[in-house]
Design a protein. Structure first.
Length: 190
């Protein structure tokens, strides 16, 4: 199979997962090409990272739209324009709504910094530290209408580093980059 999957990367923050995905695509380690980067935070550093590699960027502020559906319909038009086949969430801090869920059923993937179903939602690492767990991890899952409730595709455990959220996050990010790439390659080569 020579054809690469056409992916849209969704991100809201610094873009470290976007950068890892882009590098894996460029090096041939991920059987995909990024056709667009979507962000809900036009000032996020992911925009700068995307510019550095000449990626097409869509930076819409949800508040500028009358509804969540209108926001997602605008995104969907952009996705259709570039032929995106998969939505790869990489630190995208919004729940995906019915417009995109319907258009990309079973083709929206997310990565989350915990062993789901434990610690869904925001600040999963902080939640793990606050609960005093010794092991947390990373989960790659399909996206559904819930918050981090979709079918789990892959997980990897990560030891909590001395109750230190920052050190634990560093380890988790390294695991995320590899686990996401490996899981996406399995999906894209089906």
């Amino acid at each position: 199979m020579n054809r690469k999957a056409k992916i849209a990367v969704f991100a809201s923050g610094s873009g470290s997962n976007f950068e890892a995905i882009e590098e894996a695509c460029r090096n041939g380690d991920l059987h995909a090409e990024i056709v667009i980067v979507v962000t809900d935070q036009p000032a996020a550093f992911v925009v700068e990272r995307a510019r550095q590699v000449d990626a097409r960027i869509v930076a819409f502020q949800p508040k500028a739209f009358q509804s969540k559906n209108a926001y997602e319909e605008a995104i969907l038009r952009e996705l259709n324009d570039v032929g995106a086949e998969w939505l790869v969430l990489a630190g995208y801090m919004r729940l995906i709504g019915p417009v995109l869920l319907t258009a990309y059923q079973s083709h929206i993937i997310n990565i989350h910094p915990s062993l789901l179903p434990a610690f869904p939602g925001k600040d999963a690492i902080g939640q793990a530290i606050a609960h005093g767990v010794k092991v947390t991890g990373v989960t790659v899952h399909l996206v559904d209408a819930g918050m981090d409730t979709g079918l789990i595709l892959a997980q990897q455990a990560v030891d909590v580093v001395d109750g230190d959220a920052e050190k634990t996050a560093e380890v988790i990010h390294a695991v995320e980059h590899e686990l996401y790439k490996d899981t996406l390659n399995v999906l894209f080569r089906r």
